[in-house]
Design a protein around this ligand. Structure first.
Ligand code: CUK
Ligand code: CUA
Length: 765
């Protein structure tokens, strides 16, 4: 009633009837807006380049490390709209990550020495590659603080696996993938003894402390890392930094830079100059050049490794003897190592050097072949002379760090940390092409698909460390600032500042949005964390509660706007396990689940099954409910957990509170049911008039719709029988229940209709 009177009112208003026009609202012109908001032509141009109108989508999707949040941030480019935070090393309540048993099992894989670790310092995400191109299937990311690596499946953007590095105490150079994602590379950062829980004094740094690089074997079919098929290089206690895998001509090789090749031991308390002085004293550090393919063949043949903590490690001696490992000097405190898209060159930035150094893979190979080495390092690793490996050194500015590539041949972009600039330069010819200032202190930078063999160019994002005065102040802790830069023209143009308030992202990767093919629902009854059928899954009508001793196991379901069961009765002290399956197939019909005060939460997307488990250690009454506003009667999507005291018996048969309903109310409900049925009939008439069977999504929705409508069977007879007895309460409630099912039917039907209209359904006879 209220709805239709509102509609009448708006019709009248639209017809100009009613309110007098006291104020005239003239439409603003572009000029007016520019003046009012103090915008220049350049601002307008920037705005037009980033604006994505409602209903349209971004061209690229970026996956950014979430820094200390231990998560991954997903955003669109060029709009810079945030799309998702993916819980990785850290519990994430919205997704139930760390609050239901299935996701807890993933986080538990990341426990170290029996201790659960609930945060991570994520640095470098990597998208899985096929022939060196991003394939959009998986995302990998590392945790620098607690040396770990995570696998995220891009079919559902969920974290599936965490592996703990078996030999490192910290790492930095992960995650970087080989050209077909055979291996995920993870390099150590701060040297430590490789054996776990082994103590040696710092004075034994040179002898007992080690760095290294781990090659994690990735099984693409299973979508998981296989620890037993992985291996590591033992490396000197230089501080290994970032890595990159070769491609094209350099495929099969990988490169890891390092700093503090001084192997300096600080300790200002003991009168020694600090690390920062000792670690940058010498003029050069070392680039590690590794033949991973040959190494993999060797260890997979069962040779050339020793087991440390149960993990296959190639010793420095073996690596040298087998020709798997070489060093090349790199200028002063290097950071970042990036292989060019053609795989011919390797670019290194030097934090304390003004140059980017470009090494030639061809020259490196020639030196190796000729056995031309300038020296050996203290561990006997052959060192190729800098001049024998160098293609060119290019003065870019102060503090060059990381490099990304353009779709145009030979064009690279390097971040200049100290100068707060991005340099565009030609790495073939060795000359600077353009520079742009950013605010402030850029770390990594990212071009679209910029570390694949086929970069897309177009945009660059500067991942700035400091935001300083860019945004409205929010206290001493500032957000990070990702700045979007247009690189499609001769001059780079700054387009947009995006504050990122979730940890300090280090690196990000961006992929063409159309390469991502995420699903909208799971196969009914899936455990999304294992991708296997969930043993606790049930179909509609199979719900049950099983009590054995002090264990209560509930097999329940969720569908708008109803949780089955609606009551869970347990005795205090019982161990309670609740499995819930979301029966929906409609897109975005996620239900959440929580039980008051038991610190549980789950996000149950269509088709998913989850488990929560808890000890009902306190008697009382605890409502549980759906935490996603899923439907008009979402607030009614609830039930009670009743935790009965020991030895409790019902004293009398309690009657439930009665409402009072009139005949008029009953009749109004019956009319509402008839009106809604008319809507359903018209929607059904439309759907069946077109080729809906050609659209599997629609077929599923139609099935679900009829499934809901089918539940009204027998209810008409029921409410009419009560009406005949003038029991208006029962009559009204059962009529109302018909309407509940109708609403869900109508909702699904309307979604199906919209889908058909938008996807070009055709009339059938
Ligand atoms: S690192 Cu942070 S700016 Cu971890 Cu790749 Cu260079
Ligand atoms: Cu389901 Cu709210």
């Amino acid at each position: 009633m209220r709805q239709s009177s509102k509609r009448t009112l708006s019709l009248l208003l639209a017809a100009g009837v009613g309110l007098a026009t006291a104020t005239t609202w003239a439409a603003e012109s572009l000029q007016d807006v520019m003046k009012r908001r103090n915008l220049s032509q350049q601002d307008l141009l920037a705005a037009a380049k980033t604006y994505v109108p409602t209903g349209k989508r971004d061209e690229f999707v970026a996956f950014s490390s979430g820094g200390q949040s231990g998560q991954v941030i997903v955003y669109g480019i060029p709009s810079m709209r945030i799309l998702k935070y993916i819980g990785v090393f850290t519990p994430e309540p919205w997704q139930g990550y760390g609050y239901d048993e299935n996701s807890k099992a993933v986080l538990k894989q990341g426990a170290i020495d029996g201790k659960s670790i609930t945060w991570g310092d994520t640095h470098h995400p990597a998208i899985s590659e096929t022939n060196g191109e991003y394939d959009g299937q998986f995302l990998f990311i590392n945790d620098k603080a607690n040396p770990r690596l995570a696998v995220i499946d891009l079919r559902d953007f969920e974290t599936k696996q965490i592996v703990v590095n078996p030999v490192f105490k910290s790492e930095h150079g992960g995650a970087f993938v080989t050209t077909n994602s055979e291996y995920v590379i993870e390099a150590a950062q701060y040297p430590a003894p490789l054996e776990s829980k082994k103590f040696y004094p710092l004075e034994e740094m040179n002898e007992k402390y080690r760095g290294g690089v781990t090659y994690w074997k990735f099984d693409r079919k299973e979508g998981r890392i296989v620890a037993k098929d992985s291996f590591s290089f033992e490396l000197p206690p230089y501080w290994q930094d970032l890595s990159d895998a070769g491609k094209g001509p350099s495929e099969g090789w990988a490169f890891t830079n390092s700093f503090c090749a001084e192997r300096y031991v600080g300790g200002i308390e003991k009168g020694r100059p600090p690390y920062e002085a000792g670690c940058s004293a010498k003029d050069t550090d070392y680039l590690h050049v590794m033949n991973w393919k040959k190494a993999a063949e060797m260890v997979n043949a069962g040779k050339g490794f020793k087991l440390i903590n149960g993990h296959r490690v190639i010793s420095i001696d073996t690596a040298v003897k087998e020709g798997l490992l070489y060093l090349i000097p790199e200028p002063k405190s290097p950071h970042g190592v990036d292989v060019t898209p053609d795989g011919k060159y390797i670019v290194i930035g030097g934090k304390l050097d003004t140059h980017a150094s470009v090494y030639s893979f061809e020259k490196i190979q020639a030196a190796i072949k000729a056995g031309k080495f300038e020296s050996k390092d203290p561990y006997g690793i052959p060192v190729i002379g800098l001049k024998d490996a160098l293609h060119v050194q290019v003065p870019l500015g102060l503090g060059p760090l990381h490099t990304q590539f353009d779709s145009k041949a030979c064009v690279a972009y390097t971040s200049l940390y100290v100068d707060s600039q991005v340099a565009r330069w030609d790495f073939c010819e060795g000359k600077v092409l353009d520079k742009i200032s950013v605010h402030y202190n850029i770390g990594h930078l990212m071009t679209m698909e910029g570390d694949s063999t086929k970069p897309s160019g177009k945009y660059l994002v500067a991942l700035n460390k400091l935001a300083i005065d860019r945004f409205v102040p929010v206290g001493p802790l500032h957000p990070q600032n990702h700045q979007l830069i247009d690189i499609s023209n001769d001059k780079m143009q700054l387009l947009y500042d995006m504050p990122l308030p979730l940890g300090e992202p280090h690196y990000a990767v961006a992929i063409a949005a159309n390469k991502l093919k995420p699903g909208v629902r799971y196969k009914l009854g899936t455990d999304s964390r294992t991708d296997k059928p969930h043993p606790g899954a049930v179909k509609a009508g199979e719900e049950k509660t099983v009590k054995k001793g002090n264990k209560v196991e509930v097999f329940g379901t969720l569908i708008r706007s109803h949780i089955t069961p609606e009551t869970i009765e347990v005795d205090v002290g019982d161990d309670v396990t609740i499995h819930l399956t979301n029966l929906e197939r409609a897109q975005d019909e996620t239900h959440g689940f929580t039980v008051s005060t038991y610190n549980l939460h789950a996000s149950i997307e269509p088709g998913k099954t989850i488990t929560v488990n808890f000890k009902a250690d306190k008697e009382g009454v605890y409502p549980y409910y759906c935490t996603e506003f899923c439907s008009a009667l979402h607030l009614e999507m609830m039930g009670y957990l009743l935790v009965k005291p020991k030895g409790w018996k019902p004293t009398k048969v309690a009657a439930l509170a009665k409402g009072s309903y009139t005949e008029a109310e009953y009749k109004a409900t019956v009319k509402k049911v008839a009106d809604t049925q008319a809507i359903i009939d018209s929607v059904v008439a439309y759907i069946t008039s077109v080729n809906y069977k050609d659209f599997p999504d629609v077929v599923a929705m139609v099935e679900d719709a009829f499934d809901q409508l089918g539940k009204t069977k027998g209810l008409k007879e029921k409410h009419e029988a009560y009406a005949a007895k003038k029991d208006w309460e029962q009559a009204n409630l059962w009529a109302e229940q018909i309407w509940q099912y109708q609403v869900k039917t109508a909702d699904l039907g309307l979604r199906a209709k919209t889908y058909l209209e938008q996807n070009g359904a055709k009339k059938v006879k």
